[in-house]
Design a protein around this ligand. Structure first.
Ligand code: PLP
Length: 429
């Protein structure tokens, strides 16, 4: 039976958590801060629960330099998948709210405007102007795109870029930004910063989505589920970014949405369900409505305070380890990725790195073992040797096969070095 200290787990999520955080969390499950009650038993409406939420929000904002005056941090449930839907509902709602205000103005103000005329004008706008743009660079952004199509209908959803078209039908490249077919004034432009299954990461924020000099620009939504906390993000370029906790932040069960406050009251109030019904547009389940979650400080319904606590402890550890905050972790993440990719590159006859060099993920390193031209057998042998050395969780996603080393923040430098050594030794054997 291996001990925890014998294992370096490269699974794609849930991922390793720091052992000292788990030890503290285990104690907190039994007795939180001498209250005689475990943290999973305390009311989510207790004062201590509120301070756990508030501290985690502040620590996240500090670590990532999120301007607290401009962004709201929301703890939600439903995972990244829930956010595929939430982003559509809420940003289509915000689009309708903006159009509604414009139509009312055109028709002489809310007092003067005839309701039927307002609805007719809005319907016409929905038909001609409502568009959501998706940049599809891997399996997760594809799922987000498909969810938007499912919720709204294909006529409203624009596949602005599809990486498979430039890469022989497979993911592995980021299409040239000049080729992206972005809509005018889209309700959102969506991208996934790091594609966990395909090992594709944007090397930097896409310049095609940057705000203009006057500050206006597209409404950008980013899925950062699998690279959050591992590099600096130009937060101000985003209207919404979201991530599940279970890779770099904490335990499965909590999802974070960071939303620009201008999408919340008093600037924007979601349209009434009655209006959305008349426009034939979907109405969000109330737990996915950001306005409701924000108004209730993430406690509209029962939130797992234990999961927020674990995330908070991971953030405290990061803040105490890296005085220069996320920049410190970024340097480590880059070094670990470099060590592993260099080992693979040294043996092109044995390993084939799956994504194009320009889009290689630092977090999910995907490769095939092609030794002697027998990929299946070679990969099996590689995985067996890895397991023998305590390097586990390396099997690629079931949809693409191969090997995937998920190199999240909790993989220590020595873990990356051990994997690089195996890559080297296996190639030479
Ligand atoms: C990039 C990315 N987005 C979204 C998801 C979906 O997250 P969840 O399973 O929490 O719904 C995942 C899951 O691994 C992911 O890696």
């Amino acid at each position: 039976m291996p001990a925890r200290s014998d294992i370096t787990y490269f699974g794609a999520g849930p991922a390793l958590l720091p052992t000292d955080v788990l030890e503290k969390a285990a104690q907190a499950l039994l007795d939180f801060n001498g209250t005689g009650l475990g943290i999973a038993e305390h009311s989510h409406r207790s004062e201590l629960a509120t301070s756990i939420i508030n501290e985690a929000k502040v620590d996240l904002a500090t670590y990532l330099d999120i301007p607290a005056a401009d962004y709201e941090v929301l703890f939600m449930q439903g995972g990244g998948t829930g956010e595929f839907s939430a982003s559509v509902y809420n940003l289509v709602g915000a689009w309708v709210a903006r159009q509604h205000a414009a139509v009312l103005k055109d028709l002489g103000g809310s007092e003067a405007a005839d309701e039927a005329a307002v609805v007719a004008a809005l319907r016409a706008k929905v038909e001609t102007d409502l568009k959501l743009d998706y940049i599809v660079t891997g399996g997760w952004s594809l799922k987000a795109y498909q969810e938007a199509v499912r919720l709204l209908g294909p006529e409203y959803v624009n596949l602005a870029a599809d990486a498979r078209l430039e890469n022989g039908g497979k993911f592995g490249k980021i299409p040239d930004q000049a080729s992206w077919k972005l809509s005018k004034d889209a309700a959102l432009v969506y991208y996934c910063d790091n594609e966990t299954v395909d090992g594709v990461e944007f090397p930097e924020f896409p310049s095609a989505l940057a705000p203009k000099a006057d500050g206006t620009g597209p409404i950008v939504v980013a899925d950062m589920s699998s690279n959050i906390l591992s590099r600096r993000i130009p937060v101000a370029n985003h209207s919404l970014l979201f991530f599940g906790a279970q890779k770099n932040l904490g335990s499965t069960g909590v999802t974070v949405a960071v939303l620009k406050k201008t999408f919340l009251p008093p600037t924007i109030t979601q349209p009434s369900p009655a209006l959305m019904r008349r426009l034939g547009l979907p109405i969000p389940p109330i737990v996915l409505q950001y306005e409701i979650v924000a108004k209730n400080n993430s406690l509209y319904n029962t939130l797992s305070i234990f999961d927020v606590y674990v995330a908070g402890q991971v953030l405290k550890k990061l803040l105490s380890t890296f005085p220069n905050k996320v920049d410190g972790q970024q340097a480590v993440a880059e070094k670990k990725a470099e060590i592993i990719y260099s080992a693979l590159e040294a043996h092109p006859d044995v390993y084939k790195i799956v994504p194009d060099k320009t889009a290689r993920s630092r977090m999910n390193i995907c490769f095939r073992v092609i030794k002697n031209g027998t990929t299946d057998e070679s990969e099996k042998a590689f995985l067996e040797e890895a397991t023998g050395l305590g390097l586990t969780g390396l099997k690629g996603h079931r949809s693409v096969g191969g090997i995937r080393a998920s190199n999240y923040n909790s993989i220590p430098l020595e873990g990356a070095e051990k994997l690089a050594k195996l890559i080297e030794a296996f190639a030479k054997a």
